[in-house]
Design a protein around this ligand. Structure first.
Ligand code: NCN
Ligand code: DMD
Length: 336
């Protein structure tokens, strides 16, 4: 059960999250220096392995129980024609996930990960944020709690992603509200709106900013401009931290949800890596603002945790090398 019942309670949880275990991280760094390769020759895989070891509190860990969670939500703002697809596609895609037919079903299986899908009140879209806050405090807290409760304690790597027609609009509004700049710099084509659609979508983001920007911290912005699946991703990311489970972030919407946590609590994303850089135009900028270098850049703009699920392979491979390789002494190879 979630350890908070209002937004202040959630802020208190964020403020008390554990830090990396530096003894385990240093132990992993020492081991890394003894492995049979020239120093640094495994590039970012070496950093990744030490980061993972630090969060797991184990200098020689492996990934054995990766979990992928897809959260789905519907958005009042979708009625303003901000997506190339109609809102009923959210629920139809949830059924597709449940029947094994979506990209994420294939990608989670290929990565050896458990896939869980949580649909959040799809028949009760959030309010249109151009008219008022997207959610009440009760609504955002219950969505945060769905995310918090969805993380399995036995997982050793977490990927979070989403499905929600219209949700690149709240994601753009959140990024602009938290990081500054013009609405147009954060607003992209999402599922593929045309030029007129992009103009309309930018107007909608601007209206949201006019009403809500500067009205509170990241989690308050999540309530005002976000959506249930974004809040659930934020809740899951926080829960993973409390369980010392490293997280791989997915695309633009996931990163916008994560940015709300970072705004409310400095260092709240230290246990997260960026799985990939989405083709949604502003994702590169958002990752830059979060200080996250993506592991992959394959032109994906699907969401549903797909890019992060692909990055599970990279994190697993980094740990297989780190924990499975022989040291110079063990292999009888002459050190430099
Ligand atoms: O992950 C991304 O970067 C991403 C970029 C563009 C679109 N999406 C997906 O497409 C949907 C949102 O697009 P839209 O046009 O309806 O706002 C939602 O279901 C997301 O999972 C996802
Ligand atoms: C078909 C479809 C699948 C998706 N998966 C994530 N977002 C999506 C949006 C659409 C439109």
């Amino acid at each position: 059960m979630a350890e908070f019942s209002d937004l202040d309670g959630f802020r208190a949880v964020l403020a008390a999250l554990p830090q990396i275990d530096s003894t385990a991280r240093d132990g992993a760094a020492e081991r890394n220096g003894q492995l049979t390769k020239p120093p640094g020759a495994l590039g970012r895989l070496e950093e990744l392995a030490q980061w993972y070891a630090g969060w797991r509190g184990n200098p020689q860990p492996r990934v054995e129980a990766a979990q992928v969670i897809v959260f789905a939500g519907n958005h009042g703002v979708a009625a303003q024609g901000v997506s190339a697809f109609p809102p009923e596609v959210t629920e139809q895609m949830v059924m597709n996930f449940q029947h094994g037919g979506a990209a994420i079903n294939q990608l989670a299986r290929a990565a050896g990960a458990q896939l869980d899908v949580h649909a959040l009140e799809l028949d009760r879209p959030t309010n249109d944020f151009t008219q008022g806050p997207a959610m009440s405090e009760t609504d955002v807290v219950s969505a945060l709690a769905v995310g918090w409760d969805a993380v399995r304690a036995e997982s050793d790597l977490l990927v979070v992603g989403e499905m929600g027609i219209g949700n690149t609009t709240p994601a753009a509004a959140l990024a602009a509200a938290l990081l500054g700049g013009e609405a147009a710099e954060w607003t992209g084509r999402g599922t593929g709106v045309d030029d007129a659609g992009l103009v309309n979508k930018t107007r909608v983001v601007n209206e949201g900013l006019a009403l809500h920007k500067g009205q509170g911290d990241g989690v308050e912005m999540l309530r005002r401009l976000g959506g249930r699946e974004l809040a659930a991703m934020a809740g899951a990311i926080a829960r993973a931290r409390s369980l010392r489970i490293p997280v791989i972030l997915d695309g633009f919407i996931c990163s916008a949800a994560a940015a709300c946590l970072a705004d409310s609590s400095q260092g709240a994303l230290d246990h997260c890596v960026a799985g990939h850089q989405s083709a949604e135009g502003a994702h590169a900028r958002l990752l830059g603002a979060l200080g996250k270098e993506p592991l992959l850049s394959l032109g994906l703009r699907l969401g549903e945790a797909s890019g992060a699920a692909l990055a599970i392979h990279i994190v697993k491979a980094a740990l297989e090398c780190h924990s499975g390789m022989a040291t110079f002494a063990e292999a009888g190879v002459t050190d430099a």
